[in-house]
Write a protein that binds this ligand. Structure first.
Ligand code: ZN
Length: 87
């Protein structure tokens, strides 16, 4: 029995190896503010480590990071780090 949820049907577009679902951490830095988003579900290539999100997923991650940068700006937390965990 194949577990369709565990492996994306498309191979990596860079190296052709298969992808596996993983919890990853992404870091963003802008104007001295660091933002870390952890617990993101993404597809990671077993060969080269390239990260893939489901359609629209990467945009949502970018939007979340932008919102947090905006928050940091409003709160004048110009030097520091924001860590958002999704568990
Ligand atoms: Zn790859």
């Amino acid at each position: 029995m194949k577990k369709m949820d565990d492996l994306m049907d498309k191979p990596c577009s860079d190296c052709g190896k298969s992808l596996e679902k993983k919890m990853i951490t992404q870091e963003f830095e802008r104007e001295g503010v660091k933002i870390q988003l952890s617990g993101l579900k993404a597809w990671v290539c077993k060969g080269c480590g390239e990260t893939y999100f489901k359609p629209g997923g990467a945009d949502k991650v970018a939007n979340a990071a932008n919102s947090l940068f905006e928050l940091a700006r409003i709160e004048e937390q110009h030097k520091g780090a924001i860590v958002a965990k999704l568990n």
